[in-house]
Design a protein. Sequence first.
Length: 148
Amino acid sequence: MAKQRFAGKFKSLDIVTAEAAFESYGKTLDEVFANSALAIAETMTDSAKVKPKVKKSIKLVNSDLNALLVDFLNEIVRMTDTDKLFFSKFKTKITDAGGTWILQAELAGERINPKKHEQRADIKAVTWHMFELKKSRKGWTARVVLDI
């Protein structure tokens, strides 16, 4: 991954074998969710080569914030597999509706073109192994392990 290009947004972690892992960061929940999606995209391909031609919307609801992030990232993996799309732009809005969390996301990308898009990793799923979403004084951090 391009370490300089995404400094402060996420970093790859070499803590597991046969899997990939990352930590993503954000000053807000919206930002950490979007940066987690960006880390998924960069794990799959070079997102700089993915033009925002196709837009997709996602709306998810969950009573557990951690599960909402896992669901969101797994939905991106599902859409990549079934719709044959790579994504490069992510806009997220997380709302606390009194015990229920609502995610509304806009994703932009394009159809996968093997001549244009490098396939870095084929993500099978986002796992709960070592998963963590936490808030600190600096903002939010998510640790995610991917089954590849």
